[in-house]
Design a protein around this ligand. Sequence first.
Ligand SMILES: NC(=O)c1ccc[n+]([C@@H]2O[C@H](COP(=O)([O-])OP(=O)(O)OC[C@H]3O[C@@H](n4cnc5c(N)ncnc54)[C@H](OP(=O)(O)O)[C@@H]3O)[C@@H](O)[C@H]2O)c1
Length: 319
Amino acid sequence: MKRVLIIGGTGAMGARVARRLADRPGTEVSVLTRDPGSERATAVQSDKRVRLLRGDLNDPAGLRAAMSGVDEVFCNTDFFSTLSPASEYEQGLQALNAAQKVGVGKFVWSSLDNAATLTDGRIPVPHYDAKAAVEAHIGLRRSEEMMRQEIDGWYTRNVAVLVTAPYYENFQAGLAPTAGELPDGRDGVTFNIPLGSSSYPLVALDDIAWFGEHVLERWDRWAGRTLRIVGDSPTGLEIAATFERVTGIASAYEDLPLQALQDMVPGVGHDLAAMFAFFQDFDVAGRARDVHALREIYPDLMTFEGWLLATGWTGAAAT
Ligand SMILES: NC(=O)c1ccc[n+]([C@@H]2O[C@H](COP(=O)([O-])OP(=O)(O)OC[C@H]3O[C@@H](n4cnc5c(N)ncnc54)[C@H](OP(=O)(O)O)[C@@H]3O)[C@@H](O)[C@H]2O)c1
């Protein structure tokens, strides 16, 4: 029996990964949660193959206990719980330290692009850079192992990084289009996104889960390596046009000013606006992904159109 622990497994990403990994025969999946009685934890446990484990990333002893005897860890920490890059970085290190201490065989760090580095310091994006800082720490530990000629070093043999991208599913939440009259007079929906004329790197949650499993199953290929994924990278105009073509619902794109997004979400809007400023400045899919290679690995990788067809989503926010 293979034992798996998902950190962040009651969340949007982790819950999909948990379900996907539980589909593998001979796998026992546990999900770490601070509150096993919460609505989301209860929803995860409605899949009887998944077990809840009370724990907290801020509790190192508890983390070691949770990982003891575990073969595989998928770890997606949550910036938005603390709104502090330094705290998320510390949580990432706590998880890695615990896993190394108890000898976890495969640890997948779920990461995001290093916006500050990729823009030469011009556009820090706190919730991106925190995860990327942990990725850099993983790289540093590998270099340390390499310098000591520890060819079986834990970071070299037992850690892989999966760099993801915003979910298409965000359109069903904070980025849901608004219904109303379009500039051309038709009734329809408007996608208000701060993209300017740039493109939006996106991926389906189910495809993140697919790649999570792929990394674990192809450890020969990904141990000590980083896999950077994306499913599609449409511009705002392409998002509206694709949506209209697939659903038949008239749609338009409206560039939302970065400042408007910043003002809309007090306390965190500046971080979200920085992410879109990063996308406007740096073509993530074009410059930091190999979409051709990703499709060779996974031919069913969903484009935005594919995701619309697969989900049948017609513009409503998820309940
Ligand atoms: N939205 C996107 O498009 C997107 C794309 C890629 C990456 N991300 C990143 O994903 C992260 C959020 O994950 P998500 O989208 O799955 O969010 P989510 O649905 O809000 O889930 C957050 C998860 O983090 C767990 N968590 C938070 N603090 C914890 C702690 N101290 N100890 C243990 N578990 C803790 C929660 O567990 P409990 O509440 O059950 O304890 C929950 O499982 C963010 O850092 C975000 O930057 C988001």
